[in-house]
Design a protein around this ligand. Structure first.
Ligand SMILES: O=c1ccn([C@@H]2O[C@H](COP(=O)(O)OP(=O)(O)O[C@H]3O[C@H](CO)[C@@H](O)[C@H](O)[C@H]3O)[C@@H](O)[C@H]2O)c(=O)[nH]1
Length: 460
């Protein structure tokens, strides 16, 4: 008789930065040799997540990943909310009773949620189902979130106005105001309130699975492991979705353009799945790019309803032949970073982008635009030495001058002693990333221990 499988329910968030790594993590669990066909997965899918989920081509040939579609509820429009963190947290809160019904119907052994979904923990615990979080970013931000409830009580003023640094247990250096995550800058915003709430609720989890690896954050991971008030932390990264959009279809024209460029000669600029530039910033950036004289590939998304999206007069002519701008499009970022012609990456510092850049050994300039990206930027430069930070004016929406863009691009693609050191560190991190997920690597072993833990969970 076939042995009953241990079913794990996943509750993902919308958005490429969250859902892709969550699905990839589920696949890795199922494919881990120690799972030995004993695990299955059910995605509890809110209709707002459906299009991004199905665009990832989830395996349909296997019955081990099932989808349970949650009802179509009237969710708040993004414009009615204080920002992305408020929006997604409220959507999950609205769905909590429906998640409970879905859990009662599917009876999984455990629930694995997005980190904005902690409002459903109670629904699962009412049914004696343990909840884990798949934390789609790094342990440094995790440590900050866990510390937020205490910081909230200790510090009355806005982080933005602070003169000093914020000390967080486990972090080697304090966090200066310029590196504080954007949603924490305004204590009156519901984005701030939600982050404090989630940080508090993390303590009620059975485990925290993070998309990071020991080689990137040894100190903070050790501190979290030795803190008895924190649930067990499982660093299983890098969990990367590298074949996104690779199934069928034609090779993207930007890859064909890269084929014709010399090795390591092109600087790639791309700012994730959510960030958009104002037209004024795009025009300023274009001047910096043009003056740098470098070859470039620029994935540009503009704030909707802002002007007509035209770049400054003469930009395309001045850069004809040495650059390509993909406007409002989706470039296959992983394939671009893997391309031999790419020598540097200007990124908003979303965690998946940082992980992908290091996986392919590409040094970065970080230009944070929201979420926890300012903290990631600090981590990439000050802690890990794999990037430099764009000097930006946070009081002016993260404005960077043309001069600064020109200087940082030339630094990134240049031969200074400083950038050579960065390239050396990046090479080391590339090796470490790959070693972590190979058989016997630290992240591989963490995955194995999780598989064992899941297989031992009592059946519902
Ligand atoms: O044209 C594009 C743009 C993006 N991507 C991919 O989309 C993902 C983007 O993820 P990420 O770099 O993490 O950025 P965001 O989409 O902004 O992700 C959100 O989620 C991340 C994980 O929690 C956070 O680190 C970010 O700050 C948050 O904004 C990456 O895999 C990219 O390769 C493409 O393939 N093509």
């Amino acid at each position: 008789m076939a042995m009953k499988k241990c079913n794990l329910a996943f509750l993902p968030a919308d958005g490429a930065g969250h859902i892709a790594s969550t699905l990839e993590f589920a696949k890795r669990l199922l494919l881990h040799p120690s799972a030995a066909g004993r695990l299955s997965v059910t995605f509890l899918l809110m209709p707002v997540c459906a299009s991004s989920f199905f665009s990832l081509n989830p395996p349909s040939s296997t019955t081990d990943i099932a989808v349970h579609l949650l009802p179509d509820l009237a969710v708040p429009s993004r414009l009615e909310t204080d920002g992305g963190e408020d929006y997604i947290s409220r959507v999950f809160q609205l769905y909590a009773p429906h998640v409970k019904s879905a859990l009662a119907a599917t009876a999984p052994a455990a629930l694995i949620i997005d980190f904005f979904a902690t409002t459903v923990i109670d629904a699962a615990s009412d049914l004696q189902i343990p909840t884990y979080v798949f934390f789609s970013t790094n342990a440094t931000f995790l440590a900050l979130m866990l510390h937020l409830p205490a910081l909230h009580d200790e510090i009355p003023e806005e982080f933005e106005l602070l003169q000093g640094e914020i000390k967080v247990p486990g972090l080697a250096a304090g966090i200066p105001p310029k590196s504080m995550p954007a949603p924490l800058m305004n204590k009156k915003s519901r984005c701030y309130t939600w982050l404090v709430y989630h940080g508090r609720r993390f303590k009620d989890l059975r485990g925290i699975i993070t998309n990071t690896l020991r080689a990137f954050e040894p100190q903070v991971l050790s501190a979290l492991e030795s803190d008895r008030s924190v649930p067990p932390v499982h660093p299983v990264g890098p969990v990367l979705c590298l074949d996104r959009g690779a199934a069928g279809g034609e090779r993207h024209e930007c890859l064909r353009w890269l084929d014709a460029q010399p090795a390591a000669s092109v600087v790639f600029l791309c700012f994730g799945s959510l960030s958009r530039m104002t037209e004024a910033q795009a025009a300023e950036t274009a001047v910096g790019i043009e003056r740098s004289g470098l070859r470039f590939l620029w994935s540009l998304r503009l704030v909707e309803s802002e002007g007509d999206g035209r770049l400054p007069a003469g930009f395309r002519e001045a850069t004809n032949g040495r650059g390509m701008v993909v406007v409002e499009g989706w470039v296959p970022q992983a394939a671009v970073l893997a391309h031999a012609a790419v020598g540097g990456f200007v990124t908003h510092g979303g965690w998946n982008s940082c992980l992908e850049s290091l996986w392919f050994g590409v040094p970065m300039v970080t230009w944070p635009m929201g979420a926890e990206q300012h903290l990631n930027a600090m981590m990439m430069s000050a802690e890990m030495g794999v990037a430099a930070e764009m000097e930006i004016d946070r009081h002016r929406g993260g404005w960077a001058t043309a001069k600064e863009v020109e200087m940082k691009l030339n630094w990134l693609m240049g031969e200074s002693e400083d950038v050579r050191k960065v390239r050396e560190r990046v090479r080391e991190m590339k090796v470490a990333s790959r070693a972590a997920v190979e058989i016997g690597g630290q992240s591989y072993d963490w995955l194995e221990s999780l598989v064992t833990e899941f297989k031992r969970l009592p059946e519902q």
